[in-house]
Design a protein around this ligand. Sequence first.
Ligand SMILES: NC(=O)c1ccc[n+]([C@@H]2O[C@H](COP(=O)([O-])OP(=O)(O)OC[C@H]3O[C@@H](n4cnc5c(N)ncnc54)[C@H](OP(=O)(O)O)[C@@H]3O)[C@@H](O)[C@H]2O)c1
Length: 402
Amino acid sequence: MSKVLIIGAGGVGRVVAYKCAQHRDVFGEIMLASRTKKKCDAIADAIHKAYGGRKIKTAKIDADNVDQTVALIRKFQPDLVINVALPYQDLPLMDACLETGVNYMDTANYEPKEVAKFEYSWQWAYQERYQKKGILALLGCGFDPGVTSVYTAYAKKHYFDELHYLDIVDANAGSHGKAFATNFNPEINIREVTQRGKYWQNGQWVETEPHEIWKDINYPEIGPKRSYLIYHEELESLVKNFPTLKRARFWMTFSEQYLTHLRVIQNIGMAGIEPIRYKGVDIVPLQFLKAVLPAPEELGENYTGFTSIGCRIKGLKGGKEQSYYVWNNCSHQDAYRETGTQGVSYTTGVPAMIGARMILEGKWNGKGVFNVEEFNPDPFMERLNLDGLPWHEKLGLDLEMD
Ligand SMILES: NC(=O)c1ccc[n+]([C@@H]2O[C@H](COP(=O)([O-])OP(=O)(O)OC[C@H]3O[C@@H](n4cnc5c(N)ncnc54)[C@H](OP(=O)(O)O)[C@@H]3O)[C@@H](O)[C@H]2O)c1
């Protein structure tokens, strides 16, 4: 039985804590630590009620402060740190794990607070230090990145000799009943979706204006939804790890209402990340906006509908063209009934728990820094079916990939 330290008590942290608590045989001791301890305590109380008195420990931590994390790790002595705070905390947490010799994992790649830009370079730079220390860092083990990366590895392993075209398609066909809200941390979400678009084609990155390219994509059991080409972090590691890919794109659905609000937010300067001085205090507009928007973990109760995320792949098998689609549809209401939060936090938290399980059971092991597609996808795919995110696959469909 192992010990895990979960950092971050938001929507995703809640799901990770719930799902780890369900598997006492693997996760013998759990500590949930975050900036606001009362949020950790509320989750611990809910788990205590839901799972027959299962106790998890809680602690207050500022994960930007390496010394604080090192002290907490030394006290609790976890086998693994699961980072589900914000991408800003990736590097200080990787530093703390390096200092204490503890394995690390996260669900989103590092981005600096002062530049709205995310890429793996900062975390891949830890490769040699993690190898020398004999520990493992697993990067991007949520749904996308995470499950989408495992889906791609699974497709390659079982259905293709060469992957040529990859479209990751991500629909949220749910409704939370609010005029405007984001499904995960608003600051990170708005930074992500207001960026310029980018996709991989014939060995290079092609940039677009934000939301310049769109099309209506049919999602299983949902139907057609307007989907926009955006840049998403797993594209960077997937084109590196599957170099036969000629094109790799990421599509996400946004409603007209969401995009209108987003345009207004940008036009009036509320998406800004530069501090402005207001009544003698420095305020970052986007952080202030986050404070007034609904918290993602509070969206669950009235959320209806499904998310649908999958990979559409074309390539070659035995010299012949092959097409393959693998996906999961997740019900917001089912997610809420099980964990008290909505489907986007659920689809991120479940794979994070499964990734942790893969490491703790030694099914995924190694020394250094890894993206999830570098490991054997089979045991992870098996767990998805058992842990609440069952997947479906079809060969030979029209994949709408023009
Ligand atoms: N791969 C995927 O599929 C995927 C999908 C969605 C989200 N994500 C990632 O999942 C992570 C969590 O998302 P979320 O929706 O749960 O966000 P959230 O609701 O905003 O939760 C973030 C949590 O981290 C805590 N935190 C922030 N800064 C901290 C610090 N310096 N020290 C300690 N704790 C700190 C926050 O504390 P307070 O409560 O005090 O604010 C909050 O509890 C993000 O990195 C997001 O990018 C990944």
